[in-house]
Design a protein around this ligand. Structure first.
Ligand SMILES: Cc1cc2nc3c(=O)[nH]c(=O)nc-3n(C[C@H](O)[C@H](O)[C@H](O)COP(=O)(O)OP(=O)(O)OC[C@H]3O[C@@H](n4cnc5c(N)ncnc54)[C@H](O)[C@@H]3O)c2cc1C
Length: 491
């Protein structure tokens, strides 16, 4: 008996690492396929659910498999490497199957019109589903899936992060986890599924893999720290899509609040974004609805990653200040955890807190935020000319969203790049098996969800959750079906 097989503290047929939508789906499916399932979750029970729970709970559902294949390929654009024909077929089929699977679990699908890239081939297949009519966000879908887990004998160990995978030969036979400060060894008789999310909260990993975003804050769970990337690398996995993120989305990060907050911009017109040089650098607007689409922008006739300067300031006048609340936490970690900040309707509370700075003249405002006064004044003058003409020849912001900043006092609010999730991680194939650097599957190791997501470039809203269900089912089915290893029988 090898050292790796020496002693086990726990045992299950299938061990699932991470309890978000992908982990829940893998666990449900493996259980329904006859496996005894153990779910490991790093967070305490009160914080379970990862990004899945605090997401807007929207599911991209393609209503036609062939059109879905065309749209997926178009989204990948030049980044189709490793997305095989088999993968494309399975991706489309399983995404299509999501509506029936969710309905069988009790979802009442309500459709939203949200085609993020209408000009791409196959885009008319896009439907985005919510669980019942109602406001965006909330936890309606999460609660349904959580209930589906709770109604099955699936054991969940909270505050038990997986630390490493136990590999014997070319197979994964178990997991080492930490529980109450001690290492425990968990035997996996049939397979292990990695569903422990991305590396949003690992700034060193973000800087290493994602270009040009030295400073960026997550909107979601603080527990996704790239553990699955590290564990995958340790057992020889190949990585893919590491440089693709769902962002950057321009947001606000208060020092007192652990996550970035969405902005809510449609109520007024006399505002602009500038970088540290005082110049505009993008079309202003609500993230994912105008100008930028989950962090991708169209420049020179092609889609590319949005770049962002740091610092960034939102500059506005008194008319905009009075027009409505600028900060608006619609769907993020804070909302679901009872800490939602109540932004004032007139933004004056935030002025008092120092989150928004104010001065009666533009040069005085520039001095407060350490921007060259001439540069800021020139940028505002230029913006005002465009706004009055109704034609934004610089960034093509809609005429009906423009107004000159001419009502003092003036205001400046520091913004930050933020993201909802990373897409990279260990590469998987159409069987949701993790692929090694040699191109072969690593025995009995599966993955699903945003860890090693299939999205390599453009991202259609709802796509990550759709993928969690699609590949969660494949991973759960295949892990449950994994033949017992002779090595494990010997253990
Ligand atoms: C604010 C917000 C809104 C969003 N809205 C949408 C939307 O409407 N539609 C959409 O498709 N996508 C949306 N997304 C993205 C989407 O929510 C995620 O990509 C998706 O939910 C990821 O699911 P997952 O199961 O892979 O990971 P998660 O749901 O993040 O779950 C991963 C879990 O693994 C746990 N974990 C981490 N490390 C370990 C470890 N070592 N051991 C054990 N457990 C570990 C974490 O604690 C976490 O609970 C949104 C994201 C955010 C933040």
């Amino acid at each position: 008996m090898t050292e790796a097989l020496a002693k086990w503290d726990e045992e299950a047929d299938v061990v699932v690492i991470g309890y978000g939508f992908a982990g829940a789906t893998s666990a449900i499916t493996a259980h329904d396929a006859g496996a005894n399932v153990l779910l490991l979750e790093k967070a305490p029970e009160v914080d379970k659910g990862g990004n899945s729970r605090v997401s807007a709970n929207l599911v991209f559902w393609p209503n036609d498999i062939e059109k879905a294949k065309a749209y997926f390929l178009a989204l990948a654009g030049p980044y189709t490497d490793n997305i095989s024909a088999e993968m494309l077929q399975v991706w489309a089929q399983e995404m299509f199957a999501n509506k029936t699977w969710l309905s069988d679990l009790g979802m009442t699908p309500a459709e939203l019109p949200y085609i993020e890239f209408p000009e791409l081939a196959g885009s008319d297949c896009v439907r985005v589903l919510m669980n019942g009519e109602g406001p965006l966000g909330g936890e309606r879908l999460w609660r349904l899936i959580e209930q589906a887990v709770a109604s099955r004998p699936i054991r969940t160990l909270y505050e038990t992060p997986a630390i490493s995978l136990v590999k014997v030969g070319d197979e994964i036979v178990g997991v080492v986890a930490e529980r109450s400060g001690k290492r425990i060894r968990i035997k996996a008789n049939r397979g292990v599924v990695l569903t422990c999310g991305g590396f949003e909260n690992n700034p060193a990993m973000v800087r290493n893999y994602v270009s040009g975003l030295a400073e960026i804050y997550p909107h979601g769970t603080p527990y996704n720290t790239g553990d699955g990337v590290r564990m995958g690398l340790e057992v020889g996995a190949e990585l893919w899509h590491m440089n693709n993120i769902s962002g950057p989305l321009l947001s606000f990060k208060a020092p007192e609040i652990p996550v970035a907050q969405w902005l809510s911009l449609p109520h007024g017109k006399s505002y602009m974004f500038v970088g540290g040089d005082g110049a505009r650098f993008t079309m202003e607007g609500d993230p994912c609805l105008t100008g930028d689409f989950h962090g991708k922008v169209k420049r020179h006739g092609m889609w590319m990653q949005q770049t962002m300067p740091v610092p960034i300031y939102m500059i506005f006048d008194e008319a905009y200040r009075k027009a409505g609340r600028i900060g608006h936490a619609t769907a993020d970690w804070d909302v679901s955890h009872g800490n939602r900040y109540d932004w004032s309707d007139d933004n004056l509370r935030e002025v008092k807190k120092g989150w928004i700075q104010t001065a009666t003249t533009l040069p005085a405002l520039a001095a407060l935020i350490d921007i060259d006064p001439d540069a800021l004044e020139a940028a505002v003058t230029g913006f005002n000319i465009l706004a009055k003409s109704g034609l934004d020849t610089d960034w093509a912001r809609g005429a009906d969203t423009l107004a000159a900043l001419d009502a003092p006092p003036y205001y400046a609010m520091a913004l930050t790049p933020a993201f909802v999730n990373t897409q990279g991680g260990p590469r998987r194939d159409e069987n949701a098996q993790v692929i090694g650097a040699d191109g072969n599957p690593i025995g009995r190791l599966y993955s699903a969800g945003e860890l090693g997501s299939i999205y390599s470039f453009l991202y259609q809203g709802g796509g990550n959750i759709g993928e969690c269900f699609a590949f969660g089912r494949i991973a759960g089915r295949n892990a449950a079906g994994g033949a017992r290893s002779p090595l494990r029988e010997a253990a």
